[in-house]
Design a protein around this ligand. Sequence first.
Ligand code: KIV
Ligand code: ZN
Length: 512
Amino acid sequence: MSDKIIIFDTTLRDGEQSPGFSMNLQEKLEFAFQLKRLGVDVIEAGFPISSPGDFESVKAIAQQVDGPQICGLARAMDKDIDRCWEAVQHSKNPRIHTFIATSPIHVEKKLKKTQQEVREIAVNAVKRAKQYTDNVEFSTEDAARTGRDYICEVVEAVIDAGATTVNIPDTVGYSNPWEYGALIEYIFEKVPNVGQAIISVHCHNDLGLAVANSLAAARMGARQIECTINGIGERAGNASLEEVVMNIKTRRNFFPFHTDVNTEQIYPASRLLTRFTGISVQPNKAIVGANAFAHEAGIHQDGVLKERTTYEIMSPQSVGRSGNSMVLGKHSGRHAFVSRMKELGFALDDAALEKAFAAFKNLADLKKIIFDEDLLVIVDEQSRASDYARYNLEDIFIRIGQDKKPSASIRLRVDGDILEGSGTGDGALDAAFSVIKNLTNMEDAVLVDYHVGAVTRGTDALASVNITISAGGREAIGRGADTDVIRASIKAFINAINHCCFENGQVKPTEV
Ligand code: KIV
Ligand code: ZN
């Protein structure tokens, strides 16, 4: 058996489908390019039949991201499989991933079928997918709560039908390493044709054991692990890619296998996801949390200064972190800026680097210390200011007072023209958003979600705002950052309006 573990990343499918983690097409594409740099083997790019947006993003990733296999999810239904193929066929290396639940509770209560019927549906789904591609994955949803012998029956039948990967999910995060490892071992013992397919695992984290269960399964012969960056996913999330990969790398003697992941791209991938979703990982999160490599206790600091390995089992550099959280300031030069950008994993061309450096200098005038988080926001802001932005903010004037109705005057640049307007509202943002809606002819836009966070600490910190608006029956996300929270909110609102225009086909995206 090969000692390579196939890393199947499902951040853009299982991760993105969980509430609060949505990304737009451009962001998904950019994230898929980062997954390529990270060296994952398979990118599950989405669930094409679930929405036109999901279909378009799977198709765009399949068309543009070469290297990893590009996979789409499909229920065990003809229409799902056909739609999935329509999207993934554009990849040089496409995969169809089809699934049906096998546990008694799902079979009886959700599907209202017999086990025999479910097995037939599974076999037919694999055969249908096989008409399109040789690369077919089948998942027995809720496998961890399915009887072992029935699982083996289904696994054998779908392999006979042509499945090249068979996934055994712990859909509800119910299992533990001993039980789950034993299930995988049992499948290897009892399924006669098991050698003709890769056995894969997909663990949810409801009891906090997703990574442990995945690793236990790999020790029993599973050779594909499905996981997500930052462990995002349904409910408590999926197995975290960074934890799976770094366990394998750090404990080679215990886990006698390897992955092809370029671990120095782990931190950039984690940061990119945080930027796109606006949701940070907890500070003590293994590998990518703010404190994961911080030594606070004096005795630990003393030990690390004498010999790093006294308290560090991995180096921060091995996962793409610099090891120092405070890096640049007003007096830092271009050279320090460029090398820090490289360390953070940004491959900017000269023009983009020049713009980012100018933005850094402006920010350094407002803020004493520039943290890595600030640099990530600067790059993000630059990419938002790229030429697919139809509306650009020229100026804002806001008035608020104790007894006055808040008012806003806004100036926007659009296609070489200047649009100006003023209005009042219940608050400064209400006034500003109404003016912008009026100027952009987007009166039907409704604010659905609004989150504001401080990028770092201190009253001079950058504010980062994430907004979701709904307009013309579609939702669009917008983000903005600024040292002023009102400006950050207005930038985010305009960004969301620009995304609506982009999705309505009014403007063309720039190349990623
Ligand atoms: O958790 C699960 O069972 C899934 C399947 C669709 C693989 O996400
Ligand atoms: Zn799942």
